[in-house]
Design a protein around this ligand. Structure first.
Ligand code: FES
Length: 127
């Protein structure tokens, strides 16, 4: 065998979908490199890697409804849309599904850039 094996990230069970009862940005899984965001009837996982130059993002300590980048100051709203550059595109979303137990499962191997945000597989509809 030759070549280098590409290490795949394991899917992450983030718990019951009902746990995410209110809109907001959760940092509970930033150690796995994603935020969990509930926004206007959708639950999704967004990468903590900035789409500008890959610095690590965090929730804005002064406004927890927003995400900021320490690299060059980009700001993203509660949907992951750019409010302030230099980033020119929104946050990358990850694959997410619901299992038979009603838990949301995030698959970091599936990535959706902003032009793919309407694709099934990168969000869960919630009530
Ligand atoms: S790396 Fe995030 S703004 Fe540049």
């Amino acid at each position: 065998m030759s070549g280098t094996a590409v290490e795949k990230a394991l899917p992450v069970d983030i718990g019951a979908v009902t746990k995410f009862a209110e809109d907001g940005i959760s940092e509970d899984f930033t150690d796995r490199d994603f935020f969990v965001i509930r926004h206007q009837g959708c639950l999704f996982a967004a990468s903590t890697v900035c789409p500008h130059m890959e610095n690590t993002l965090s929730r804005d300590p002064e406004d927890p409804t927003r995400i900021t980048c320490s690299g060059h100051g980009s700001v993203f709203d509660g949907e992951g849309v750019v409010m302030v550059g230099p980033a020119s595109t929104g946050l990358t979303r990850l694959g997410i599904t619901v299992n038979k137990d009603g838990h949301a499962i995030v698959d970091p191997n599936k990535q959706f850039t902003q032009d793919k945000w309407t694709d099934k597989g990168c969000y869960i509809e919630v009530e």
